[in-house]
Every structure is written in structure tokens, then in C-alpha cells.
Write a protein that binds this ligand. Structure first.
Ligand code: SF4
Length: 417
């Protein structure tokens, strides 16, 4: 099979992995002869799924000895198979890079022979790119579950980002659908990466120049909607990973049905809006001080699909409002629907000099229609009976709009909720 045919199979197989944003690499490697991690001069999209538009996103191989039921590459699937050699991946990356088609490489793999062997192959690609070709671009390696710690340490030397997929929200889900994968082992691998990142950061803080180790940190992917596990469990798992393993990002990927899937799997993908709501909730946990438990207010323990989670929280906690923008603490301001982190910072700065009026908020492009019921300003005192109205939620629901994808992309970038 020629490289082009392999590319068609192995790029397509990689589209199911969402955990590959190229953000986070601060600088090009010293001594590199080609490649920049800055976002300039990078233009063409390669990936067919529209997410990682400037990364060459491929699998080394889609052969796999595991049988994860949600995965098209599982051993029992009859999907067409292919395998790149190390040299082929290296040469493809360099060719794509030189033509400015991509700004980096995201490389994952099915498991062949065993975890260590597969990991060694991924490392060989990374090492060859860095040492033989002087490649200084972005490099994200997917860590193979159960690979030896020494190999993970080696991978971190060459990669900008490492990721280990948590795959499913709970241990029970894994037991059902990916019995070869164990949550403690996955979290153990993340912990190994975290320790090495911590060590490098501590040495740097102490004024030493430690060897680079995954400077863009680690991320993970969680598939949602493959099991009935609720959003609150999804968010609790994410929260544990953020605090325990200090992950940069948890990517949520709506389960996509695959041919000849196991009967336990749903026949339909969950609505895309569910992914979007999870990303919004994720921002609320990371930047707005919300706990996983309080974000989900619906009785079925899932996020509302109709309104954003911050508005849902406000409607379920009306006693907390109205919040006086001239006196409230940062934490309180962050809870007002329609006012994002950046605007809270600006409001705090401006109010040192003047009393804030509704005009000031509008000038800052606060989502006034969403915020006005919940805030007190020098010239605006909302009618308290509005806050008590039973149909307030219904009235605040956005009119249906078709821009959801752009919405999702914007919110994923800025995190303004
Ligand atoms: S180990 Fe990865 S590639 Fe293999 S079946 Fe599981 S999810 Fe798919």
C-alpha cells in the first residue's frame, strides 16, 4: 500500500480523537532549523473533522490488539487497516510542514504487539524529527496506556504535549466497554507525567535549565454519550483530573456511532450541543470557581441543553441575586450570567474610579439581556418580582439560532460564559 493510501486510512482513523489543540507551546526549540510554534504563517486546514485544522493528525497504525467497543479500530472491527513506518511519518510531517500545510503533528496509535513496543515507535518518530531534521514545530504524542514510565519520560523529552486518554467518565464504563483499560493505570500514567512536569518547573523556578519535558502540559479526552453516565459524573471526573493531575485540558468528544457496534452502545450520537454545554461547564469549573456538583441543576443530573450552565445555575439560585456590581466580590461577580472573566476584571478596575452604571456594562459588551435581571448598578435596580417569576427561565431562553457551531467554537476559545 502506498503512503497516500495509508494516509487516507490513518488520518481518517485519527479524527475520533479530540484531544489535540495546538495551543500552549510557548517557544520554538533552541537550535531548531525549521518550524515555529507561533501561530503566524500557518494557514491551511488538513483535518477533515474541522477541529484541528493546522495539525497533521494521524495514527501510526490502526491495527490494535485491544477491543474497546466504542472504537472503530478495535481488534474485532473489520475496518481497513494500515501501518506507517517511522520513516514515513517523519517524511510526511516534514513535507507537510515545509509546504506550510500544518503547524504541527498529532500522533497517536493503535496498540501493536504491546504497549511498550508501540510507545517506542511513537518516540522514534519524535526523536528522529527533533534530532535528525531539527524539527522545532509543535508535537503532540498520545501516550499508550500501560507503557513503562521510562518510555513516558523519554516521550516527554521530544513532545510539546503528552496526553493519556481517560476514555470514559467512570470506572464502571471502562469495565463495560474497554475491559483491558483500567482507570487506576490511566490515572497512574497521568501522575507520572505530572511529576516530571512538576520537577522541570521546580528546577526552572530554582534557576536551573532542566531538560524540556512536555512544556505544553498534558491533556485527555473523554467520550460522552457512549454510556448513560450523567454529565455530573463527567464533570466530577474532569474536576478530579484538573486538581489531581493538573491537566491543561479535558476534551469532551460526543460518541460517534461506528459500524457493527456492540449492542450496548447507543445507535445515535448525543446532540452536539451536549459537548458544547460540557465545555461551558468546564470553563465554569476552571475559571469561575464553580464546583462540578453545583453546575448541574437538572433533576436528571445532566446539563440543560436549552440554556447555558451559568444561567441555569442562576435560575436555580435566585436568592443569590441581584448582585451589586459596585460592591460585590470578584467571586460573586463571576456568578452573574452574561459577565465573563475578562469583564469582571475590567469592572473591578473601573469601579475604583467611578460608580458603575448600566451604560458602562453595555459599553463593555456585557450580555445585558442576560445579565439585567441579575445585577444592581448605580442606575439599575431590577424588579425583584421578575426574579421570582416562574417563567423567567422560559423568557431568558435564547431564541433558536443556527449558529451553534460558531458559538461553540467561540466559547471554546474565549471561555466567556
Ligand atoms: S486501545 Fe485505542 S485504538 Fe485500540 S481499541 Fe482501544 S481506543 Fe481503539
Amino acid at each position: 500500500m502506498d503512503v497516500r493510501a495509508k494516509l487516507a486510512i490513518l488520518a481518517d482513523a485519527a479524527k475520533y480523537d479530540a484531544s489535540c489543540a495546538s495551543s500552549g507551546a510557548k517557544s520554538t526549540r533552541a537550535g531548531s532549523q525549521i518550524g515555529s510554534t507561533e501561530g503566524m504563517g500557518i494557514c491551511h486546514s488538513y483535518s477533515p473533522d474541522g477541529r484541528c485544522i493546522s495539525l497533521l493528525k494521524i495514527l501510526l497504525t490502526n491495527y490494535c490488539i485491544y477491543d474497546c467497543q466504542y472504537c472503530i479500530n478495535r481488534i474485532s472491527s473489520d475496518t481497513p487497516r494500515a501501518r506507517f513506518t517511522v520513516d514515513e511519518v517523519v517524511s510526511l510531517t516534514m513535507e507537510f510542514y515545509k509546504r506550510n500545510y500544518v503547524e504541527g503533528l498529532f500522533l497517536s496509535s493503535g496498540i501493536i504487539q504491546n504497549s511498550d513496543y508501540t510507545m517506542e515507535q511513537l518516540i522514534a518518530v519524535a526523536k528522529q524529527l527533533r534530532t535528525v531534521h531539527g524539527y522545532g514545530g509543535y508535537l503532540h504524542l498520545k501516550t499508550i496506556p500501560n507503557a513503562a514510565q521510562s518510555l513516558i519520560e523519554e516521550a516527554g523529552k521530544w513532545a510539546d504535549r503528552l496526553s493519556v486518554n481517560i476514555e470514559l467518565p467512570s470506572e464502571g464504563d471502562l469495565y463495560q466497554l474497554a475491559p483491558e483499560k483500567k482507570k487506576p493505570q490511566i490515572v497512574g500514567a497521568m501522575q507520572g507525567i505530572r511529576q516530571k512536569i512538576d520537577e522541570a518547573q521546580q528546577e526552572q523556578a530554582a534557576g536551573y535549565k532542566p531538560p524540556r519535558f512536555a512544556p505544553a502540559g498534558q491533556s485527555t479526552q473523554m467520550i460522552v454519550g457512549a454510556t448513560p453516565t450523567s454529565d455530573v459524573e463527567v464533570l466530577k471526573t474532569a474536576s478530579e483530573l484538573y486538581t489531581g493531575q493538573r491537566l491543561r485540558r479535558v476534551y469532551y468528544s460526543a460518541y460517534s456511532p461506528i459500524p457493527h457496534a456492540d449492542a450496548r452502545l447507543p445507535g445515535q450520537a448525543p446532540p452536539l450541543i451536549r459537548e458544547h454545554r460540557l465545555y461551558q461547564a468546564d470553563w465554569l469549573m476552571r475559571f469561575y470557581g464553580f464546583e462540578a456538583d453545583e453546575i448541574v441543576t437538572e433533576p436528571d443530573r445532566n446539563l440543560s441543553l436549552d440554556i447555558d450552565p451559568k444561567l441555569a445555575w442562576a435560575l436555580a439560585n435566585r436568592h443569590f441575586f441581584p448582585v451589586d456590581v459596585n460592591r460585590a466580590s470578584r467571586e460573586e461577580l463571576l456568578r452573574i450570567p452574561g459577565i465573563g472573566v475578562r469583564n469582571v476584571k475590567r469592572l473591578l478596575a473601573i469601579r475604583k474610579h467611578k460608580n458603575l452604571r448600566s451604560e458602562d456594562l453595555k459599553k463593555l459588551r456585557v450580555a445585558w439581556n442576560r445579565a439585567k435581571v441579575f445585577v444592581l448598578t448605580a442606575d439599575h435596580n431590577p424588579n425583584l418580582s421578575d426574579l421570582d417569576k416562574l417563567d423567567l427561565g422560559k423568557r431568558m431562553r435564547p431564541k433558536s439560532q443556527q449558529l451553534m457551531l460558531f458559538d461553540a467554537a467561540g466559547s471554546a476559545r474565549s471561555g466567556e460564559v
